[in-house]
Ligand binder design. Sequence first.
Ligand code: ADP
Length: 168
Amino acid sequence: MTGETCVATALCPGSFDPVTLGHVDIIERSARHFDEVIVAVISNPQKTQSLFGLEERQELLEKALSHLGNVRIEFFKGLLVEFAKEHGADSIVKGLRAVSDFDYELQMAQMNQRLSGIDTFFLSTSPRYSFLSSSLVREVARFGGDVSGMVPRHVNDRLVEMFRGKEA
Ligand code: ADP
């Protein structure tokens, strides 16, 4: 024993456009297993059809995660493993919803391992959220569908406000 304290920090990366209860579940569970969790919001997403700007995504996330004292939110650009190194994070946590997530996530985890030695841990999604993705929430909300129960209440309120009277 050297007396040095070793802080285990994990990254939960994603676009969070917007944050869903599936995300909150994975982040809450990660926060139980790691000393610190950094929610890493991709600020140069490939996804061109974004709904919320970065600032609003951050606000919605902050409110959704305010009960978790060891979680903070940061933006990143470029390689996730570089961001991880800069922030002293030694692990990445991803949620696995279905087999369709697996191929891509496995490849990405192996690439990140090869690039930096950083390991990826997979949490199986809670069954009640296994169908849930931000893109589907955006699509349903856009057409006036009810997504309460899939996103935090304040996110639902924002979506309702955004699309009220303009289903198209
Ligand atoms: P989405 O895939 O919903 O568009 P993100 O790109 O923001 O959203 O997802 C970030 C990560 O959050 C995903 O890689 C996945 O690990 C996890 N995630 C998203 N939705 C769920 C869910 N319903 N259950 C478990 N994990 C999820």
